[in-house]
Design a protein around this ligand. Structure first.
Ligand SMILES: C[S@@+](CC[C@H](N)C(=O)[O-])C[C@H]1O[C@@H](n2cnc3c(N)ncnc32)[C@H](O)[C@@H]1O
Length: 187
């Protein structure tokens, strides 16, 4: 589906999202948070975070987490304790190497070429030593690790994650394409 159509669909359905999907998403957060430590000082971003359900599962943090999504009605429902950012995963308004823990839970809903563009952005903003926890619908997981490696991320083993496939990635030791300069207006 075209990303603009996806955004419009979430714009329309935001009001009923939590009632419909919180129970389905919960086991994914459990699976991911069992594999990713979140230190109190970590800079955390829930990207494609929708209504910010994951944020409620995070341990206490010294810094406000970011919930980023391209659907304004979804973001409007995210906890006020988070910094809510309306943006597209394919063009993150975040500084390079600025995020210690990035979560992308059932939000990489992009065709293959655009998926790689978003992964390059994720690799760009992930800090050295950072972790990206990513889940994708199981029928969209083909070639995921190849795409991650092509973007300079190092995927760990796959794990079952509700209806999704999960993977936790670390940063590659050397620099990668797409880690160019910070964007104007970046954090
Ligand atoms: C299935 S919901 C998951 C939301 C949240 N991660 C959760 O666990 O509840 C998918 C979310 O991804 C967002 N999304 C999809 N494609 C996006 C993109 N290219 N940029 C930003 N957000 C996107 C949608 O607006 C929607 O809020």
């Amino acid at each position: 589906m075209d990303p603009d159509d996806i955004r419009r669909a979430y714009d329309r359905s935001a009001g009923g999202y939590d009632a419909r999907f919180a129970a389905l998403q919960g086991p994914k957060y459990d699976a991911v948070l069992a594999r990713v430590d979140v230190p109190p000082g970590a800079r955390v971003a829930d990207l494609g975070g929708g209504t910010g359900l994951l944020v409620g599962r995070l341990p206490p943090l010294a810094r406000r987490p970011i919930v980023l999504d391209f659907s304004r009605p979804m973001l409007a429902l995210a906890p006020a304790a988070a910094d809510r950012v309306q943006a597209d995963l394919r063009r993150l308004p975040l500084r390079e190497r600025s995020i210690d823990r990035a979560f992308v839970i059932t939000a990489l809903l992009l065709p293959p070429r655009a998926r790689v563009g978003a992964l390059l952005e994720l690799a760009r903003v992930l800090a050295p030593g950072g972790r990206l926890a990513l889940t994708v619908l199981a029928d969209e997981a083909a070639g995921l690790e190849d795409d991650l490696r092509a973007c300079g991320l190092v995927p760990g083993p796959r794990f079952a994650c509700g209806q999704d496939v999960g993977v936790v990635c670390s940063t590659a030791a050397k620099d990668v394409p797409g880690r160019g300069g910070a964007r104007a207006g970046s954090r």
